[in-house]
Design a protein. Structure first.
Length: 135
């Protein structure tokens, strides 16, 4: 079964200063912090900004340089299938439990980073409890 992506969930943006970037994205593109995801930033993760259904995950990384990671959104079932698909293709990936979402991280042969994420958290949690993949 071919991998089925629903939409772009968010884009990682690497910035040297979160405060400066927040001001720029608010003033220039009307992005606002997503308060329901603020705890990720408070715990050392990205500051998620939204403008309608478009989301940016700001990471403060002065040494990261330019570049972005695009995160595709999928259903819970498609997420489980994506794990199997990447395994069949012998593509190394990392799975991460974000407590609200599950994400797979991997790179293409040229080093471009990609993410597949699902908000169907409990569905994936149930599958992984029955059949652990990440050990």
């Amino acid at each position: 079964m071919p991998l089925s992506l629903t939409s772009v969930d968010h884009i990682h943006v690497y910035v040297p200063d979160i405060g400066e970037a927040l001001r720029w994205y608010e003033q220039t593109l009307n992005f606002r912090p997503d308060e329901k995801l603020r705890h990720w930033y408070d715990e050392g993760g990205p500051l998620t900004l939204c403008n309608g259904s478009v989301a940016l995950a700001l990471f403060e990384r002065p040494d990261k340089g330019r570049g972005h990671t695009v995160a595709f959104r999928v259903s819970g079932a498609a997420f489980v299938e994506a794990m199997a698909h990447l395994q069949r293709q012998k593509i190394a990936f990392t799975g991460t439990d974000h407590r609200l979402t599950w994400s797979l991280y991997f790179s293409d042969p040229w080093g471009n980073p990609w993410e597949i994420t699902t908000w169907d958290y409990q569905e994936v949690q149930n599958v992984l409890a029955a059949r652990p993949v990440f050990t």
